[in-house]
Design a protein. Structure first.
Length: 84
């Protein structure tokens, strides 16, 4: 399975780090906390719940995908509302 990170916009340098790891491994190795990356994570539909799922590695992958899909759908629905 491809890395979860491949489903998110990453720089070439970041992608090279992530591609050889299982989801969450980089976060654990670098002791990355959600509060530190919140500003960068939220625009790509990673909230605290999605981050926690990502940190669980393969066990959390379906929960991560579901949470991100929910966040994306909410965003799209909000963008489609028209006020006249």
């Amino acid at each position: 399975m491809d890395s979860t990170a491949n489903l998110m916009p990453l720089s070439r340098k970041s992608n090279n780090v992530w591609k050889a790891k299982i989801p969450g491994q980089v976060l654990e190795e670098k002791s990355i906390q959600y509060t530190v990356i919140k500003a960068a994570a939220e625009p790509v539909f990673i909230d605290e719940l999605a981050f926690e799922a990502l940190c669980q590695g393969p066990k959390g992958i379906k929960r991560l995908w579901s949470r991100r899909a929910e966040l994306m759908a909410r965003d799209l629905i909000a963008r489609m509302r028209i006020s006249l």
